[in-house]
Structures are given as C-alpha cells and as structure tokens.
Design a protein around this ligand. Sequence first.
Ligand code: RP5
Ligand code: MG
Ligand code: MG
Length: 281
Amino acid sequence: GGPHCKARCEVYPRTKDVKRFKVPDDKVPWKVPFPEYSPPSFTTETVLSGPYYADPDICSGKGEITKWNEIDGKVSRVSFEGKYEVVEGLPLNPVGRTGLKHRGCLGRWGPNHAADPIVTRWKRTDDDQIVKGEDGKPVMQFVSVQRRDNGEWAIPGGMVDPGDLVSATIKQEFGEEALNSLEMSEDDKKEMHIMIEEFLSNGDQVYEGYVDDPRNTDNAWMETTAYHFHDHDGTKVGQFNLHAGDDAMAVQWMDCNSAINLYASHKSFLQEAAKRIDASW
Ligand code: RP5
Ligand code: MG
Ligand code: MG
C-alpha cells in the first residue's frame, strides 16, 4: 500500500475532540525516525465493553492474543499486506503512523477484514443509448450508499464476520445496505436472494489489501476484498429495487469519473473497476 491520508484525519471519526498527533507525509513510514512522535491512545467505550466483533482489551491485561499473522480460531489475523510487526505486544499498521494508538472504534487489533461489492452498469439515456464521457468512453455507474456514520458516499461494504467467506459478506452487505433486506417481507427476501445469487456470484476481484479508512490507528486498520459485478446489458441490475438500509441512509446509481469523492480509498477501487471494463474515468 501507499501512504495513507484519511487515516491521518485530524479529529477521529465519531468523536468531537479526539485528535490525532500530526504526522507529516514524510514521517508516515515507521522506518523514518520521528523522536517527537507521542500519539494519544484511544479506544471507544463500545469496543471496550466487549461486543461480539471485538477482541479483548489486551492492554489492560484482560486477555491475550498470541496468534498474530495467523488464523486464530475463526478470526483471521493475517494481513493482505504481508507480515506485520508486533511491537510491545501490539501490531503495527503496515502503512505507517496514523497519530493514534490502540483501536479507536475498530474491534480487532491488527487487520479488520471487510468485503466490498462494486455493482456497476452503463449509464443510459431515456431512449436506452449508452452515455459517453469526455474521453469518448462509456460512463460507468455504481451502486453507492451514503454512510450513516459520516454522510460520505461509499461502496456498500461491511465487515467479514469470523468464519464467513468474503463472497457471503458481499451478498449480505449489498442486501442490507442497498436493498434494505433487514426490513423485507419473507417473500421479498426470497426473491432478492435468487437475484443476488444470480448476479453477485461471479465477480472480478479488483482489490485486496489495506484500506485508507479514517478509523485506522497505529494498531488497528481496515483491509478489504473488493469484487466487481458489471451488468453489461443492463438487464440484471435493473431488477434491483434500490432502497437504503442498516448503516446506509441513502442509495443511488452514481456516475464514476476522476472527480468523484468517496469514503476511505473507495475511489481507487472504482478506478480499477473502470479500467478493467474500459469505462470513462
Ligand atoms: C471500509 O469500511 C471498507 O472498504 C468497507 O467498505 C467498510 C466496512 O466497514 P463498515 O461499512 O461495516 O463500517 O474500510
Ligand atoms: Mg453493513
Ligand atoms: Mg457498511
């Protein structure tokens, strides 16, 4: 991965006054000496209270983690970025300093694994003509959700639960956030599952690795696997009735181009998806 920017945002997400220690661009890599570096430690009360998705608070001696860089029961502590270092008992962010120690609002020490469904179609006019961008290439649209935590537009991704396959998380999160499956009748849910199985099964993996997520810390960070599902003729995704749900407050088909502004490093995943199908960017 490259240098992270969102992971150095001044105020930590979902807080008013938790501020990161300022890390200049050149001081991000751990190998660059930064003797003044003295970041505060922060973990939310929610995470400390021990919800199902969280690790024990190993700092206060409330438990131990020994399987760093390994599969630990059903939890993968393996990073897509290679072997991470563990210093004074805590895993180190593979990209570098973030200005904050401990977990923030992330449940896991080390990698927190997510999955992202990139669902796209060609933009079409009312009379069904594919719209071209300034570069003469067809314009790609993707199913974008507005995150409830900070109002930013994003891919409708979510955390991979322990023991789950990425392919299952992809389908589940798309259902919950873009189709509001959590509030569907049993009949509608059945119908949705059939469509999801059909369209969200054979995607193209466009990314696997570190995410420049604003929730990242020096000891906890997001990683994801992003799959691209493109509906070439526009006949399959057209059946989806987009309806925001769960941690999404809105959903829409969003045009993709280099000016797009998205959550975390989602823009770079879309750029890769656009490249693979030779879409306008
Ligand atoms: C991002 O956070 C991932 O790329 C994924 O989209 C998302 C998962 O977290 P939640 O949406 O569950 O908060 O880093
Ligand atoms: Mg979700
Ligand atoms: Mg989500």
